[in-house]
Every structure is written in C-alpha cells, then in structure tokens.
Design a protein around this ligand. Sequence first.
Ligand code: HAM
Length: 424
Amino acid sequence: MIKAIRGMRDLLPPETARWQWVEQVAREVFALYGYREIRLPLLERTELFARSIGADTDIVSKEMYSFPDRKGESLTLRPEATASVLRAVVENGLDKGGGVKKLYTLGPMFRYERPQKGRYRQFYQINGEAFGVDAPELDAEVILLLLDILQRLQLGEMRLLINSLGCPECQVKFKAALGLFLISREGLCEDCQRRRTTNALRVLDCKSVHCKEILKDAPVIRDYLCADCAAHFARVLELLRRFGVAYEDQPRLVRGLDYYTRTAFEVVAPGLGAQDAVAGGGRYDGLSQQLGGPALPGLGFAIGQDRLLEVLPRELLGRDREYKVFLVALGEAAKEKCLNLLQKLRENNLATEMDFGNRSLKAQISQADRLGAACVIIIGEMELKDGKAQIREMATAYQQPVPFNEVPDHVKWLKDKTLAETNV
Ligand code: HAM
C-alpha cells in the first residue's frame, strides 16, 4: 500500500475527539475576548512568506513547501498563518473603520523540518491575531487570552517567557552592536557567518550549541530599547503582574520569524523534550507596510496543537462525552424493525448505531462495548412477538423489556439519568 508522507500524520479516532475538544474550548475562549473566526487558503504566493517571515530565517530558507503552479508562479503551502491573516485583513478591508479587530483561525501549517517528537511537517496551529491598536494593554490582553485557553484546557505546568525586541530603530542600533560583537568571533557555524552580515538578529536564534556558547556574552537588545519601547514593555509587564500572571523576563529571547517588533513571547511546557514551545507570538507593527499595505499595528500568537495535545492530561481528554446507543438485531425481521428504530432514535438526538452484518448476539454486544455504547437495545424473534425491546445498560448489565413505541423516551430518560450520575 502507498504510505503517508514522512512527517505527515493521520489523526485517528478516538484521538480526534481530544482534538475537537481542544478546538471547542479555544473557540469558546476566543469568543469571550471578542475574536471571530477567519478561514484562509492553505496556498499563498511564495513572496508573502519570504517578505514577512524573512529570507534569512530557517523557515523561508530551508523549510517551505514551494513549487511553481502550471503558469510558473511560485506558490507555497503556508508555514504559518500570521502573514495570511494580515493579507486577508488588508485585501478585504477588515482594517477599515478604526478600533481593534480580532480574528482567530485554526488549521494545518507546513514546514519541511526534520520530523521528531513534537515536530511534524504538517502540524496544526490555533492562531489569534489582533489589529489596529498599538497600546500595551492589547499585548497584555493577548497574553491573558493565550494563557486562559491553556489553563481552561488544564495544561498543568507551563512557563511564559517574554522579551521586547524593540521597534525598527532600536533594532538597527542593536544589530550594529551585535554585528560588531560577531565580527571578531571565531567558530560560528556556516549559516551564522553569513547571517552576521545579512541579518545579525538571526544569529541569536541559532540552534547550534557552539554558537549559543559564543553568544553568551553578546549584547542584549534590552540595552538598546528607546524610551517608548521601554515604557511599552514596562506597561505590559505591569499589567501581567496586576492579573497575577507569572512570567519570566528573558532579555535573550528571540523568535524564529523576522517580523516581530516590541513584545515577543513563548510558552514552554516541561515534558516535551527538545521541542518544548507550546505557543509563541508577539507584536508585528511594521509587517503590513513591509507587505505594501497601510500602517496597521498588530500582534498575536499561535498554539502548536500537536504539542499541546502531547502534554495535556490524557485521563481528562480520554473521556468520550457522547452517550451512545447500539441496536442489536437478531434475524431479518428484527433487522427491519431495528432500521426504523435506528432513525427514530437519531431523530430524538440519540447517537445510535447498528451493525448490518447479521452477526451473533455475542459478537454484536462486544462490538457495542468496543464502541463505548452506554445502552444496547436487543431485538430478536421473541421481542418481535411480545412487541417489546430488551434495553440493557452496559455499565450494570441491567436489562428490561420496553414496548417498541416507548423506546426513544425510555432511552432519553436513561441517558439523562446516566449523565446526571456521571456529572458530565
Ligand atoms: P512559531 O513559533 O513558528 O510562530 O510557531 C508557533 C507554534 O507552532 C510553536 O510554538 C510550536 O508549538 C508549533 N510548531 C511550529 N513548528 C512546528 C512543527 N514543525 N511541528 C509541530 N509544531 C510546530 C508562528 O508560527 C507565528 N505565526 C506565531 C504568531 C502569531 N505570531 C504572531 N501571531
């Protein structure tokens, strides 16, 4: 058989129930903060990412799925969503009218990285982006929103790392100082030797242990922040403290994408090994203009859904919330009766299944068990004669006959009783 592509996974049931739950919680929390959903194409012009994420980043230089279409135009499977959200906002005039605009989007991203635990070539992000306001209150709110989602999902231990990357003016001064520092350093990796002249900031994001060692004494951007950027950052931190957020101020934190200005942050979780960032984000006030759009400040975050699901407590999410009913038909005549009942129960909003394979009672009961059915309805020749179905509660094996026309009401009653007992 043909196999799936390396780094691209199938997400299978029952795991998909956990994914749905995560998405549902995220949607609910986004709504609380005034975010609405935007759905975007997976393919964009390559230029959109090259000009936003930055030509010197690992993502653009090594990891994009880019190819020419039939007319020779270079297209790319999106490696992230922020540039696309911004493009869509400007293209559709969503930025008009002033005030803050808040959007969220969920879906797959593509990066040609070396696959390992927590790192895939197709992975999923939950993105929140807010536009139109450069006030530090919005930065604090975006971070509170991110943490709110993660807490409601019961992510246990996590650390919020935060830094300010300054405005373009701070960055110019800092890059000059960093360039000067790097010029005299020996032993940088090949990429960093190139980057120290093309884009010195990228050297700070190098994963090589040796480069990291050299960078220990490098200047930090904090010392180059202008008064406005320093005040902005101080206000963000003050608000985080006011709302009881534990953060770690990390003057050396940089992100893998070039578009960030001022606030940048990451959430890391233990238990993920080397790929420990569950979420990342920050401000990108210059990005719209960089892409040829109007001045439009913005910031946001992306949660890595694959990684998040790896660290969320399993027992919480393993619970299948659906109350399921399984119909067991014994013989052809019973099957006809069951077919009618099957639809009747569904009309009553009861999740119901049956097997059309004419298998034995034992085989059908064990299938019901495998599917997690809470209630099994058995109909054979005897039941047809009596006009009553046998209704069995799987948890207790308690079984009782119920007239056919009363089955839907009886099952509804059983469902309410069960759900009340288990407190779901
Ligand atoms: P990012 O840090 O590149 O930021 O990705 C965000 C999150 O996506 C990471 O923290 C990680 O959890 C997850 N992630 C990234 N690559 C992979 C991968 N290969 N496999 C599995 N998970 C992965 C961005 O993408 C920005 N667009 C975030 C943002 C939104 N900034 C402002 N707004």
